[in-house]
Design a protein around this ligand. Sequence first.
Ligand code: GDP
Ligand code: MN
Length: 380
Amino acid sequence: MKLLEYEAKEHFRRHGIPTPQGRMITTPREARDYTAELGKPVVIKAQLPVGGRGKAGGVRFADTPEEAAEVADALLGMRIKGLTVEKLYVEEKLSIVNEIYLGVTVDRRNKAYVVLASSEGGMDIEEVAAKTPERIVRHLVDPVHGLRGYHGNLVAKRLGYGGRKMLQFAAFVESLYELALEMDAELTEINPLAEVEDGFTAADARLNVDNNALFRHGELEERLLESYQSELTEREMKARSKGLTYVELDGNIGIIGNGAGLTMATLDTVMLHGGRAANFLDLGGGATPERIGEAAKFVLGDERARALLVNVLGGITRCDHIAEGVVAARREVAVEKPIVVRMMGTNEEEGRKILKEAGVETLGSMEEAAELAVKLAEAS
Ligand code: GDP
Ligand code: MN
């Protein structure tokens, strides 16, 4: 779950991480009043669980309370990356000397948290990572020993800080790591960590909590559904409400599998044959013909899916049920789209017969099926 900047900053402050003075607001009037209260120029930022707000025009400045109201009026209701801005964060504008990147995330290969830091923070950190990875300092945290004070110093030194600045920066590293641990964060980051005249402050804040750990964070668990609304597409939300496990991707083949392993393998095989999935749906175990029909209809209903690839192992799920479901879905969906089915296991022969009579192609191997689906999607 991705917390919004203003929420993340509350957690930062709890851990003693310096942040600019600010407040979450929802109306232009509040923006004006708070700017007047601060009595100085402000930055006004759209509160959305996505990065790159700055580039999308979601971060703006205002010198006076009146200007703050105008900016807030322009930002509220704005669409950024498919989301509508409903909340803003108003905070004192900083005089930034240098923009640093500091993050703590999970290094899955090493099964440990890793601290990432770069003196080239700001809006283009992904580019820095891609083009000049040597400018990113990495410190892998030993899960047994944790992060010690001198580790923070080391990271600060590698960024070129000495003396008081080194100690100040090291304190950020330690606090951010403690926050990550406490909140079961998948990622927490400060970009930019603003170097100002007398030290550092967190100009931006991100905190993504591992959904599997939400049972340890009751106050967040209640917000899970709300957060899905910003993380899932409309069709993914609809699928969820029907109890279907459905994920949208960016290709042109709709995929149905049963079980996460087989479904992922199907995606890989499609990729291997030069295709890309538009979406995938995991049927799980023991689906009825009605349920399979509903699933197939749903996947075919994705406009971007130009072909449907069904790859199932008949165990508890019966192949004849798969066939009935697919045929029913094809009948009900108005548009004609090529369908390729690969299935094996329980009632395989009966299933193949039903499909054959309906004119649906069945194949014996996953490779052949994937190859054909790629070809058909390209041709249609
Ligand atoms: P993001 O684009 O979603 O990551 O939003 P940020 O909160 O990181 O803001 C984007 C950029 O706006 C930062 O990299 C800064 O360059 C600039 N910015 C944000 N807050 C301030 C501020 O208080 N003072 C100044 N001078 N620049 C700021
Ligand atoms: Mn940022």
